[in-house]
Design a protein around this ligand. Structure first.
Ligand code: S3P
Length: 429
């Protein structure tokens, strides 16, 4: 689907950001493993989270949707074999976390996915799971995965890359393995799995970047899902770059392992344009409201090392922000961006150049030199490469382009944020 976007007037008013995708996945998975009834409220409407939900129905868990945002899960804490393959659609999080859960069951399973997911690397989970005693067939370390349920045993696993999906996969396998399982992260990645496991009563300990889990039974407990800071990031950037904008984003999860975007805004000298207030805790997760105001004094900065896992999904829209900052913004150590829904380094560089961004590809990131007035340099639409975050980042860039731009494949936004365009319209009044 081709979407056109034109220059925006100031964005004003108030929006409520929909549910966090990472937390929604984990809520369905952990509620399915817990004994009893759990009501999940404010569940994500993103297609990825519905892939997870449908898979757990297939695994014999009783799941009722009271409405699209309220999900009731009744489980005896066990899963049952599915006679048909489990379709993870486009979702890497579903595939990797689910593999950890299924590896230790007393039945076999098969996980399949769409074309894009089938190209994404699974070796990163196959190595630790195999060390735990798992038996999994893959197609050259890619989907489909055939998982032959086995008795697993705990391991100590120093992770070669900071990845919440890999960490969570191992911890979920550890929940049902003999002995203790420890993962050591090179830098801290999002810790929603650890927080939710603790919230539901698992025996799990965190010490710096080392997490240890013991076999545990989970107790069902209601879970309210906070808003997604990765979705809010599009609006944070829009508010900072669309002249005279001033609005409030309500209900944003501000778990410190996810707030890299807020630190970068400060580093770029625009801290005064982003005010976090009304902080509270919701089902074990920090949450707040955020006021965003336009600022015209952004400066380039370096984004590297431990920053990266705390803003990995926000880098495409941070690139748009950097195009409006004076001087160089250098993103380093982000090579894993090449393994997302698209090669986000290569694709960002190719497409942002079409609207005049001065961006250079490096092996592990990119360098942007600003500040640039954005305007289409070609009639060829920007391509989203079936990647929801690229599509939405280009849309935000379109809000400040001198002339209308067109984005191909905009329908992929449904993967994480079907409400995106309606919320932009709300702020456009
Ligand atoms: C996620 C972890 C990150 C992130 C993805 C969601 C999660 O992936 O990019 O969108 O929910 O655990 P990696 O673990 O591959 O970094």
């Amino acid at each position: 689907m081709l979407k056109t976007v034109s220059k925006s007037k100031p964005l004003t008013g108030e929006i409520t950001i929909p549910a966090d995708k990472s937390v929604s996945h984990r809520a369905v998975m952990l509620a399915s493993l817990a004994k009893g009834k759990c009501i999940i409220s404010n569940f994500s409407s993103g297609a990825d989270c519905w892939s997870t939900l449908n898979i757990f129905k297939q695994l014999g868990v009783q799941i009722n949707e009271t409405d699209k945002k309220t999900i009731e899960i009744y489980s005896d804490g066990t899963l049952k074999k599915s006679n048909t393959p489990l379709d993870a659609g486009n979702s890497g999080t579903t595939t990797r976390l689910l593999s950890g859960i299924l590896a230790g069951q007393n039945f076999d399973s098969e996980i399949i996915g769409d074309e894009s997911l089938s190209k994404r690397p699974m070796k990163r989970i196959l190595i630790p799971l195999t060390q735990m005693g798992a038996k999994i067939d893959s197609v050259d370390n890619h989907l489909p995965l055939t998982i032959y349920g086995q008795k697993l045993h705990g391991i100590v696993y120093p992770m070669p890359i900071a990845s919440a999906q890999v960490k969570s996969c191992i911890l979920l396998a550890g929940l049902n393995a003999e002995g203790q399982t420890t993962v050591i992260e090179p830098a801290q990645s999002r810790n929603h799995t650890e927080l939710m496991l603790k919230y539901l009563g698992a025996n799990i300990l965190t010490y710096n970047n080392e997490i240890t889990i013991y076999p545990s039974e989970l107790e069902a407990k209601d879970i309210k899902i906070v808003g997604d800071i990765s979705s809010a990031a599009f609006f944070i950037v829009a508010g900072l770059i669309v002249p005279d904008s001033d609005f409030v984003i309500k209900n944003v999860g501000i778990n410190p392992t996810r707030t890299g975007i807020l630190d970068i805004v400060k580093r770029m000298g625009a801290g005064a344009g982003v005010n976090v207030f009304n902080k509270r805790i919701v089902s074990g997760e920090e949450c707040a409201d955020i006021r965003v105001q336009y600022t015209d004094n952004l400066k380039g900065c370096v984004i590297e090392g431990a920053d990266i896992p705390r803003l990995i999904d926000e880098l495409p829209v941070i690139a748009v922000l950097a195009s409006q900052a004076e001087g160089e913004t250098v993103v380093k150590n982000a090579e894993d961006l090449r393994n997302k829904e698209s090669d986000r380094i290569k694709c960002l560089v190719a497409e942002l150049r079409k609207i005049g961004v001065d961006i250079e590809e490096t092996p592990d990131g990119f360098i942007i030199t600003g500040k640039t007035k954005l305007s289409p340099t070609t009639d060829i639409p920007l391509e989203s490469y079936h990647d929801h975050r690229l599509a939405m980042s280009f849309y935000i860039a379109g809000l400040i382009c001198e002339k209308e731009i067109a984005i191909n494949g905009f329908e992929w936004t449904k993967i994480s944020f079907p409400e995106f365009e309606a919320l932009v319209s709300e702020l456009n009044g």
